[in-house]
Design a protein around this ligand. Structure first.
Ligand code: AMP
Length: 427
């Protein structure tokens, strides 16, 4: 019989064999975040619709087409978060964090929601790992952010990713650059996709962000694109030069990409992204940038900041395609007889304080337990036979070395500890 319900379009169930990989990726990331001195902040999964509409920019895809917007039973206009930054900064202002310390380093992780067209690497509910460094205008803050960004990917085992960087200037320079782009695109205006023609009217920079291959082909045929870097004022230019020098000093491989504009309106100065081209169309694994005007947009005092979001689903997808395996712990299987079942129950509880232990809760016969142990791939078998049980002993079988020994029960944990391989690094 066909099941009556399926997960909604664009959402996925993460089944037990996959959740282990997620946990591994999350714990690797957590280690890096702690070493960089970032603290976790948790904000609601939904906020006032206006918060996102105001910050993302009315012309952005996220606001125009992708927001999960709804009215609750109390007639409030709300939206499921399409990203973290707006909510984190709303919380920063609401709780006066700016008054407690000059600089805050914050991270969050969890689901975000965008009503896009589902395809490989693009879902309607997906997970982001988000980091913000709020309070510092210094180029060093941008450098720390990009270094943290890269170190997270390295902790997951990526080695060959290149970070794309650009400076998107200030709103005024962006407007001037937008005009230059309009002029540049004028000869092909009527041939562009409907979407890009609209973007050209409202926000010409967005045309560079188009997913339409035809548009990209047209742009490739045009003479040299005007460069944003050339429209920057002296201060933005000095900031940009310092960021590039800082990245070089940190040993970060960054490539300047003149076309990198990012999808949200609030970015100022530095913008960056990282891609895995082998994923095909949806290749961005993460991105971020500086947002010096954002807190003011929310009614707060001038507060500079820089941040990024990493798409964890795509990271996991990419790791899987690269065949990077996450280490599984070595397990112990305890096999008991009827006469030793009570001893086994207490032994299993004791061992589970330290080891991953399998035990048959159905009190099946010896043969069935041995068969299950073979199937599960447990490295160690602890056999509690009647005679050994009576003597306070156990038999320990190590399937890796093929050896078997009889030990006193209180020596078992020590023997397991010395034989276990340390885990942690990806294979
Ligand atoms: P953005 O703020 O749009 O740059 O998103 C940050 C990261 O989230 C991207 O680089 C992607 O890795 C990921 N991402 C964005 N949209 C989706 C989606 N619909 N499904 C899965 N991952 C996504």
């Amino acid at each position: 019989m066909a099941p009556r319900h399926q997960a909604p379009r664009g959402t996925r169930d993460v089944l037990p064999d996959e959740t282990r990989r997620w946990r591994w990726a999350e714990s690797r990331a957590l280690g890096v975040l702690e070493r960089y001195g970032y603290a976790e902040i948790r904000t609601p999964m939904f906020e006032d619709y206006e918060l996102f509409a105001r910050t993302a920019g009315e012309s952005s895809d996220v606001v125009q087409k992708e927001m999960y917007r709804f009215t609750d039973l109390g007639e409030r206009e709300l939206a499921l978060r399409p990203e973290f930054t707006a909510g984190v900064l709303r919380a920063y202002l609401e709780h006066g964090l700016g008054g407690r310390a000059r600089v805050h380093r914050l991270w969050s992780a969890g689901p975000v929601f965008r009503y896009g067209r589902p395809q490989k690497g693009r879902w309607r509910q997906f997970s982001q790992l988000n980091c913000e460094l709020v309070g510092s205008p210094a180029p060093g803050a941008d450098v720390e952010m990009i270094t943290l960004f890269v170190d997270l990917y390295e902790a997951w085992g990526f080695r060959d990713l290149t970070v794309l960087v650009n400076s998107v200037g200030q709103p005024a320079t962006r407007r001037a650059y937008g005009e230059a782009l309009r002029g540049w695109l004028a000869p092909v205006r009527t041939e562009l996709s409907e979407d890009s023609r609209q973007r050209l009217e409202v926000n010409p920079l967005r045309v560079l962000d188009t997913k339409d291959e035809g548009d990209h082909a047209l742009m490739r045929k045009l003479p040299k694109m005007p460069r944003m870097i050339e429209t920057l004022d002296a201060e933005d230019r000095a900031h940009w030069d310092d960021v590039l020098a800082g990245l070089a000093a940190a040993g970060i491989r960054a490539e300047v990409d003149d076309g990198l504009v990012r999808g949200l309106d609030y970015y100022t100065r530095t913008a960056f992204e990282v891609h895995d081209r082998s994923l095909g169309g949806q290749s961005a694994l993460g991105g971020g940038g500086r947002y010096d005007g954002l807190v003011e947009m929310l009614g707060g005092p001038p507060t500079p900041g820089v941040g990024f979001a990493i798409g964890l689903d795509r990271v996991l997808l990419s790791l899987e395609e690269r065949g990077l395996e996450t280490p599984a712990p070595e397990t112990v299987c305890v096999v008991a007889m009827d006469a030793t079942r009570a001893t086994a129950t207490s032994l299993v509880r004791e061992l589970r304080r330290e080891f991953t232990v399998e035990y048959d809760v159905e009190a099946r016969g010896f043969g069935a337990q041995m068969k299950a142990a073979g199937k599960s791939g447990a490295r160690f078998l602890v056999l509690l036979g009647e005679e050994e049980g009576a003597r306070g002993e156990v038999a320990l079988k190590d399937s890796k070395t093929g050896t078997q020994q009889t030990l006193r029960r209180d020596a078992l944990a020590g023997a397991l500890r010395t034989r276990m391989a340390p885990t942690g690094e990806p294979r």
